[in-house]
Design a protein around this ligand. Structure first.
Ligand code: ADP
Length: 481
């Protein structure tokens, strides 16, 4: 009978998984306690009598909350896989569309079919698109009716029912409270973005499905993919597989993952520029890479390129990621001051090489970056030693809330603002002079980096390091070490 019902579901393209493509908990990695919490659902499907006898509340609806691509759909499929349940999936907006016009009866049919194919999970992705808080001037009848009917079906589940509705959302904040009442989606499971160890586990799950060499540096990869979701990590492994196969290999190597990561960051290549533009870009990127390498608080350069790429059409210098900094916003004064120098290096090189009359607009963005950095130094983090300003925060970042911002700025005398402006101008001017001197002292290193870039287009971290060590001024090399 279950087989028959499953066949029907397949005919209307609702059932997605077949036995041979079942997903299990082991396929889902790096999601903290979510699996432990969902084990309860699996237990319920496997031993419903025991559940009922113990008087535990029968689960009916589970809401999976978390950012896109963290594995919510995968997890719902894994619950079905572990429990041997039929998995019926639909996207919430399809759900509404499907029922437009026909309304409630189709929802009833769906639940009836699910019961016939029980044990079953009905999975509704993006539930927020039907389940957002109702009311407001523009009601949406069809959406509301679909949702009402779904809720009333869930309310009607009796204790013998072996159907559970699982829904996913990344907008828990806008959901109608009626959805999460007891007896509806009363189990809420959070599926977070993976942390460092989680990223290692996810990379392993995906790499273990394919031939790969023993040289994979999971530590480095997890470190460099801070903020990536499970789906992005899976995509990275897929891209690495493509890179490997283009090189005529079956086996994924560490360098293939490095190339995939680079591709992910910089985007596809764009058509080449004229030789004159290439030279100018090479001067700027060489200066940036030189400054990054010589300044002690800046992480080492991992890549320097003048190839125009979709996300960075004017070349790019990439430094090693620093997880602390990215997670906590831990920026020291010294780091910010040196970062300011690296941001101004391209412009300083342009002025030194081409002269003040031949400067271009290419560095506009970096000038805006520079202004943001001095603003952080002087205003938002109040790190300036200027006694006229001192540790008085005269602007509050928006994320601390606008009321606090208003409260703080109201009591700040306007002289303080002018003083801060002067301080920022002075810092910018001083930094610009400092980086120019740094480039002049190290013009041999700058020349060699530029020549190497023009010849090879892209330099790896070690090549940059070697050229700088060979040609840079002794005093700068010493300060760095
Ligand atoms: P969501 O439903 O949260 O948007 P999906 O479950 O659709 O995310 O994830 C898409 C794909 O990304 C999965 O099929 C899987 O290949 C990969 N993926 C995402 N999260 C994980 C994870 N936690 N563990 C392993 N793979 C994952």
């Amino acid at each position: 009978k279950q087989k028959e019902a499953q066949k029907q579901l397949k005919n209307i393209k609702l059932m997605v998984s077949d036995k041979d493509e079942d997903i299990f908990f082991d396929d889902v990695a790096g999601i903290g306690d979510a699996k432990v919490e969902l084990q309860e659902i699996v237990d319920f499907f496997q031993k419903p009598e025991r559940f009922r006898q113990s008087g535990s509340r029968i689960p009916r609806g589970v809401l999976l909350c978390g950012p896109p691509g963290t594995g919510k759909t995968l997890l719902a499929r894994a619950v079905a896989g572990e429990a041997g349940a039929t998995f019926i999936a639909l996207n919430a907006s399809e759900f509404v569309e499907m029922f437009v016009g026909v309304g409630a009866s189709r929802v009833r049919d769906l639940f009836a079919q699910a019961r016939a194919a029980a044990p079953a999970i009905i999975f509704i992705d993006e539930i927020d698109s039907v389940g957002r808080i109702r009311g407001g001037a523009k009601g949406n009848d069809e959406r509301d009716q679909t949702l009402n009917q779904m809720l009333s079906e869930m309310d009607g589940f009796d204790n013998d029912s072996s159907v559970i509705v699982m829904a996913a959302t990344n907008r828990r904040d806008i959901l109608d409270p009626a959805l999460i009442r007891p007896g509806r989606f009363d189990r809420i499971v959070y599926v977070p973005l993976p942390d460092y160890n989680g990223r290692i586990e996810i990379l392993q799950v995906h790499l273990n499905r394919r031939p790969h060499s023993a040289d994979i540096d999971y530590h480095e990869l997890a470190f460099e993919t801070n903020g990536y979701s499970g789906a992005q990590l899976a995509n990275l492994v897929n891209m690495a597989a493509t890179v490997a196969s283009q090189a005529g290999r079956d086996e994924i190597q560490n360098s293939d993952l490095g190339k995939a990561l680079e591709f992910e960051r910089l985007g596809p290549e764009r058509p080449a520029y004229s030789e004159a533009a290439r030279r100018r870009i090479a001067a700027m990127e060489a200066a940036t890479a030189l400054a990054c390498t010589l300044l002690p608080a800046i992480e080492p350069v991992t890549l320097c390129t003048i190839v125009p790429r979709e996300k960075h059409p004017l070349g790019q210098t990439v430094v090693k990621a620093n997880e602390d900094r990215e997670l906590t916003g831990l920026f020291t004064k010294r780091y910010l001051e040196e970062q300011l120098l690296t941001v101004l290096a391209g412009r300083a090189a342009e002025e030194l090489i081409y002269g003040p009359e031949e400067m271009s607009t290419m560095q506009q963005r970096r000038l805006i970056d520079a202004r943001r950095i001095v603003q952080k130094l002087v205003v938002s983090a109040a790190m300036t030693p200027n006694p006229a300003i001192g540790p008085r925060t005269i602007s509050v970042p928006r994320r601390f809330g606008s009321s606090l911002m208003q409260a703080v700025t109201r009591f700040v005398p306007s002289e303080l603002h002018s003083e801060a402006d002067r301080e920022m101008e002075a810092l910018l001017a001083e930094a610009y002079a400092t980086v120019k001197q740094l480039l002049v002292r190290n013009c041999a290193a700058l020349d060699s980096l530029m020549a190497a870039l023009l010849e090879k287009n892209t330099l790896g971290g070690e090549e940059v390091q070697a050229l700088v060590e060979q040609h840079a001024a002794a005093e700068d090399l010493q300060r760095r070490d």
